[in-house]
Ligand binder design. Structure first.
Ligand SMILES: [Zn+2]
Length: 92
């Protein structure tokens, strides 16, 4: 029997979209997550706030490993603009 599951936003996969400047992080550290995309996908994103700054965290599950990258550290208005690009498929 298929279990009902709540799905969050799915990021569209748009070929040729802009590539963001992701920085790999060894361990994510504390952050408040304000928004997130659906984790049913092998790659999902979180909009995070920590220490008065905003940033986007990407989590990828590749061959049983979990890889974490972050980008768009800085003022929330700028990070939110990047977040909107991610959700629309204009960037990844
Ligand atoms: Zn989903």
């Amino acid at each position: 029997m298929e279990e009902a599951r709540f799905h969050s936003v799915h990021v569209p996969d748009v070929p040729g979209c802009a590539e963001l400047d992701w920085e790999p992080v060894r361990n994510g550290g504390y952050a408040r997550v304000r928004s997130y995309t659906c984790d049913c996908r092998p790659t999902f994103y979180e909009l995070c706030y920590a220490h008065g700054q905003a940033f986007i965290r990407r989590t990828r599950r590749v061959n049983g490993k979990t890889l974490i990258d972050e980008c768009a550290h800085g003022r929330p208005t700028r990070t939110l603009a990047v977040w909107a690009m991610l959700l629309s498929g204009a960037a990844k």
